[in-house]
Design a protein around this ligand. Sequence first.
Ligand code: GCV
Length: 704
Amino acid sequence: MTRYISIIFLFTVSILLSQAEDGSKLWLRFGQTKASPIHFTGINADKNLFAVKELQKAWKEMYRKQLSFNNSGNQTLVIGATGSKELQSFGLNKNLEQLGEEGYLIKSFDTHGKHQTVIAAKGKAGLLYGVYHLLRLIQTNDLPENLNIVEKPSYAVRILNHWDNLDGSIERGYAGHSIWKWEEMPTKISPRYTEYARANASIGINGSVLNNVNASPNILRKNYLEKVKILAGIFRPFHIKVYLSINFSAPSVIGGLPTADPLNPAVIKWWGDKVNEIYQLIPDFGGFLVKANSEGLPGPQDFGRTHADGANMLADALKPHGGIIMWRAFVYSPDNDDRAKQAYNEFVPLDGKFRDNVIVQVKNGPIDFQPREPFSPLFGGLKLTKIMPEFQITQEYLGQSNHMVYLAPLWKECLDSDTYCQGKGSTVARITDGTLYKRELSAIAGVANIGEDTNWCGHHFAQANWYAFGRLAWNHNLTSEQIAGEWLKMTFNKDTGFVRSASNMMIASREAVVNYMMPLGLHHLFAWEHHYGPEPWCDFPNARPDWLPKYYHQANEDGIGFDRSSHGTNNVEQYCSPLREMFDKTETCPEKYLLWFHHVPWNYKMKDGKTLWDELCYLYDAGVKDVRRSEATWNNLQAYVDKERFEAVKAKLAIQEQDAIWWKDACLLYFQGFSQQPIPPYIEAPVHKLDDLKKIKLNMASHN
Ligand code: GCV
């Protein structure tokens, strides 16, 4: 009897646990959300198609049964690729041709008293994306009676960069250890690999760089390549290619050669052989991501060669197999007068010298993923070279997995920036998506925020950034609001009021973090080691000057900010007219970039009539207030969110509020030492003492 009761007890507990809202299902909560009424009487499709299997899997979770393969009802769903018998009567072949391999149509047809919904594409990839699109419409309750959807991705390569090390740690990862269990493969294959692939495919991501750009040469050893092959096999049906970060000195470290000089014939042969070996194992391997001559990593310059020499040698090895090189432009050295200028100075003289399967990968801003930076001048500067944006989904400098910061507005700000490099309308989006220069190969990368935490990303709202990256990579014309709305409906609740409030909260969160961390173009004020909290005072003997905050804020008795104008380092010259002139003068420089481009006196009059000092105080304070507003909003939304996730987010928001106050007090008290001005009475007075804040030492070892 006791045994019987305990079985019932265990059974009940396991049901409850399996229903726990722990975030593990991401936005694919087919079984958890209230599904909309069934629209279809049956499906007409090849049941062996992976896209159809994915549809049926989700369907079963939503409706507890599969959609029957039955074409006789009056509301059929038809799925088929060009040339398939299912598509024959619809005459869509011409339209599909224009949509490429990944595009698709979802269209309604009313014929012979039948209402048919057709998902059509040129090939399997498009069908898969079409199915996920339909599922999204069902999940969000946005499936209209008549559909006429035409989709084609903005970028050809939509890729996540994992900064995962082979020992399971993640550089700048804040959601636990790596999901790649190298030691366990091939004996044990984590089910998360498939879930990862599905989540990515559902938002259009089609590539994954598995390992850190600070790459261990060992990833190219045979035993690791065998494991990479396993992941590639799992990802393949989801139309996701694997890519690897490589270490430029691999030919010497693991190949035993005396050099890694890219022009040395033995080195060229070594790479050629290695690439052949990879393609033997993984015929659809995507290519390499390379961080070279950057932050101490080896590269072609070690042998007197250029970045182009290095990239081209690797590109030549990959070319016969259709692989690409993503060559990072994240280079800077302490010997130069301004870090913001260096990537441009290094790469613009090489413009036009790269092979056609090389794309130069550029971080959105010229420094390093700060809460706000102007776009990197390389986007306008490189005209003959393919160039791709690199965004950081993981929140290295934005509160890591403690702060709720929705990043779509930050990325849109960069993509929508007009570089003017080919006249008005030369936006970063148009330069990188291939439309401005009519290029087929285009790409966009996001540094992943994924780890083995149950909810994948550490913070429930950080999932929105993974989601938003994928959606923007697919369609950079989507608005931040649209993406937030979709994600909220799928992840939390479809209630209109809930979505409106939560979406407003998400949208406001980016400006909030700018305000409480680094308003008005301030940057790099974070702590030396962990990059989490403020340390504008940080200094110690023999430190690299360009790794110290004072290099960037340049605060003194006269004012604050980095003079990058024509009177200073002349970084403004790297931007095309009229931006160059606009950034050059304090009166015309947008105030959000004021201290990025100018050293400004404390009593400088801002557009709203305040002095610079008062404005700085006002903005830091506004950032804290913004976070409090988010807390109030979230508390009001309690009825719409399950207890588990509600409490988890609430607890993180409380940390964020404390951190915002920490940032505000630290920065204002420290800069006050230079401005010598009082904090205005309408600003909340600091609650900390500067000396106490200077003593804070975080043990963030587990975070890096
Ligand atoms: C992967 C910054 C980060 C490093 C990172 C580097 C890069 O410096 O702090 O952790 O290294 O950027 O993007 O290469």
